[in-house]
Ligand binder design. Structure first.
Ligand code: MN
Length: 727
């Protein structure tokens, strides 16, 4: 086995390619990847090269050189072979005939997913409205969208190479790309701790956007270099000698501030060039952590430290995992010198951040997401061991794997929503009217139910109509406070409206018992009643009656009392003599949803004789008059009946007895849905040998509808009995 792989390796080494970009990549990859991994990279090259055949970059060189260079950048970071291969293929789907499926077939799902992820970023970025405020959200969106962080790493390397080869583009395009880089990619690199890559992106962007300032600063740096080097090498020597005495092995570097960070510092702190540039920097890189602290002690011993400038980022790492000791020393002539002390590992981390994590774990890996979590976990543990700054950890987690999702509006703006948000949450985030009138929605131009859960990067369009209105079922899936409050307040108003209507009808009916009506009642009587109950106005009175908080007959007696005295005695006589039966019942239309509930014990449907029971503060519960709970109940009864205009569907239950046999359930369900009833629930009830009994909870329009259904069910073979359940 070992022999064959050695053989392969020799063959590979002999195959020299005519493409220097490929040779360069292979040379770098062979430093840390095994033979099989190199074969994968070659295959990716062959496929990508064939796909991009004939395409040229703006500079005139073959297109394939771009993906190869991107892959090289990642090979410098020692990324795994899958990532390198994906980088070589990253523009294939977007720019050539080959599709996502071709890549998946040849290279597997892992690589095709990364390539697809990179193409998606390109698509989304085109879609983004050119609005600066959106940039920050966009970079968060990218992180939220990628379940594989290698997508982001390939994209960052892609951007870096594009920036390095910016010169062939038009001035306008250059500016746009440089701006986009500063706004979107630099913050991502920063968040992932990839400082080396970030500094280069910043540098090129700055040079492109502000060529003049760049030149001036570079020139000034040149002019100062001589003095500076001399000054620093003196200090370096002193520290070196001391470390020799202590037999600590460490490397000391002079730090060069780059033009962009000088510019930023001048701008941010409103300092002159000299004030910024006169800060000198040294970096000491040691082998072990305890050496860092010893070096730190030694340097404070050699030079006086500037008070308050010491920071221990080893004990308390920065939120992106950065670790080092920072201090500022007074050099000769009291010139301040910034010193950073860290281990080699920390130094590597400070350069390439999350990418450095891959280096220590090549081969035999499971998923890239696991890497990222692993990396994050390392930082978390690091912090937990050394400090209590849990807040920082939380921030870190949120930054990398946001608890938010990012959604495009049809205009290309980005909205931030909590994880798990539905279409309705989005609608309310646009405007409460949009939420309240929302009737349909599209995600990426496809119709979806309003309860659909959104995910980052989707474009959502809400369709509103003047008749649209919230329903209580929305409360089951919305997650945002705004949506919840708006829906609840709408429903409360609606309930108030319904309670008011019902209350007026009940009160008027109660007044009929005193042979009068609400319109005939003198206002003074009503006023007196309102004062007695401490109510604001008539509408509040109706609402309180409708909700069952005020007993209608007491209220009626109170305001109609005089009239009724006069006429009461005739009432019985009139009906006795004339046989007149008054139409006293309140008619139920089925649209009183929030103040009338239908009892679960007897499940009344239109056509049944019904009675209402007050349920204090919540309106009324409608029971069938045969329900045994009516007789038991002590609450006030309300005499009601179904209106002729009753509409809607009502839940009821039937019990079906059948010979225990397969397929019965399916047959019954078939009949039920043929008669356009909804089945809410089916329960296997009990066995009374040889019969099985099922209870179906169904929705019907009325008694006739139910009777038709029962008749049809009885026709089925193997059905012995069908009956409606009674509460
Ligand atoms: Mn590219």
């Amino acid at each position: 086995m070992a022999e064959t792989s050695n053989l392969k390796e020799t063959n590979l080494n002999q195959q020299s390619s005519s493409n220097p970009a490929l040779n360069n990549l292979l040379k770098k990859s062979k430093l840390y990847l095994n033979t099989n991994q190199i074969i994968l990279i070659r295959e990716a090259y062959t496929f990508s090269n064939a796909s991009h055949k004939g395409q040229l970059r703006k500079s005139g060189e073959p297109y394939i050189n771009h993906p190869l260079s991107v892959a090289s950048i990642l090979a410098d970071m020692k990324m795994d072979a899958v990532c390198i291969a994906a980088a070589i293929l990253h523009d294939v789907v977007e720019d050539t005939e080959a599709g996502k499926e071709d890549i998946e077939k040849r290279f597997g799902l892992e690589i095709s997913k990364i390539v697809d992820g990179v193409s998606k970023i390109d698509k989304n970025i085109k879609f983004l409205s050119r609005n600066e405020a959106q940039a920050e959200n966009f970079s968060k969106m990218l992180l939220a969208m990628s379940d594989d962080l290698r997508v982001i790493l390939v994209k960052l390397a892609d951007r870096l190479h594009n920036m390095r080869t910016l010169d062939c583009l038009s001035k306008e395009k250059k500016l746009r790309i440089a701006k986009e880089t500063l706004e979107i990619y630099v913050p991502i690199a920063l968040r992932l701790g990839m400082n080396k890559l970030r500094l280069e992106l910043e540098e090129i962007s700055f040079r492109t956007i502000n060529p003049l300032r760049y030149k001036i600063i570079v020139k000034a740096v040149e002019n100062h270099r001589g003095n500076k080097t001399k000054f620093l090498s003196g200090i370096k020597e002193k520290i070196n000698d001391r470390l020799g005495d202590l037999s600590i092995d460490a490397d000391i570097y002079t730090r060069q501030k780059n033009p962009y960070s000088i510019y930023k510092k001048m701008k941010k702190k409103k300092l002159s060039f000299n004030a910024v540039f006169d800060i000198y920097g040294l970096r000491v890189v040691a082998g072990k952590i305890d050496e860092c602290y010893r070096i730190f002690g030694a340097s404070h011993n050699l030079f006086k430290p500037v008070p308050g400038k010491f920071k221990d980022y080893i004990a308390i790492p920065k939120s992106n995992g950065y670790q080092a000791l920072h201090t500022v020393l007074f050099g000769p002539n009291a010139i301040p010198i910034e010193v950073q002390i860290r281990t080699k590992e920390m130094d590597q981390f400070a350069e390439s951040g999350i990418a450095s994590h891959w280096q220590y774990k090549t081969g035999g890996h499971s998923s890239a997401q696991a890497y990222a979590r692993d990396w994050l976990q390392n930082i978390i543990e690091m912090k937990q061991n050394t400090s209590n700054s849990i807040d920082l950890l939380e921030n870190m987690k949120i930054d990398l794997f946001p608890d938010e999702i990012y959604i495009f509006t049809p205009k290309g703006e980005i909205k931030e929503l909590p994880y798990g948000s539905s279409v309705i949450d989005y609608a309310y985030s646009v405007h409460s009217d949009v939420g309240n009138k929302c009737t349909a929605a599209k995600i990426n131009d496809i119709d979806v139910p309003l309860s659909t859960t959104l995910s980052s990067g989707q474009t959502v369009q809400i369709i509103t109509t003047p008749l649209g209105k919230p329903t209580p079922s929305w409360l089951e899936f919305v997650v945002t406070v705004k949506a919840r409050t708006n829906i609840k307040s709408y429903l409360r108003n609606l309930q108030r409206q319904q309670a008011s209507d019902l209350g007026l009808r009940i009160l008027d009916k109660a007044l009929h018992d005193y042979d009068t009506s609400f319109t005939e009642t003198p206002y003074a009587n009503i006023r007196r009643l309102l004062d007695e109950y401490n109510l604001k106005d008539e509408e509040t009175l109706f609402v309180e009656i409708g909700l069952g908080n005020i007993v209608p007959h007491l209220a009626a007696q109170n305001i109609a009392i005089k009239k009724s005295f006069v006429k009461q005695k005739y009432r019985d006589l009139v009906s006795k003599v004339l046989g007149e039966s008054r139409k006293d019942n309140i008619a139920i239309k089925g649209s009183e949803g929030l103040v009338l509930k239908y009892a679960r014990c007897c499940r009344p449907i239109p056509g049944d004789n019904i009675v209402g029971l007050t349920s204090s503060g919540n309106g009324f519960v409608v029971h069938r008059s045969v329900c045994r709970n009516i007789k038991k109940s002590k609450s006030k009864k309300l005499f009601i009946e179904w209106s002729n205009e009753v509409s809607g569907e009502y839940q009821t239950q039937i019990r079906v007895y059948s010979e225990k046999q397969r397929g019965v359930l399916a047959n019954v369900a078939g009949v039920i849905s043929r008669l356009s009833c909804n089945i809410e629930n089916v329960k296997f009830d009990e066995v009374q040998n040889p019969y099985a009994s099922f209870v179906f909870t169904i929705e019907v329009r009325n008694r006739k509808h139910l009777a038709d259904l029962i008749k049809e069910l009885k026709k089925l073979k193997n059905i012995n009995k069908v009956m409606r359940t009674v509460g």
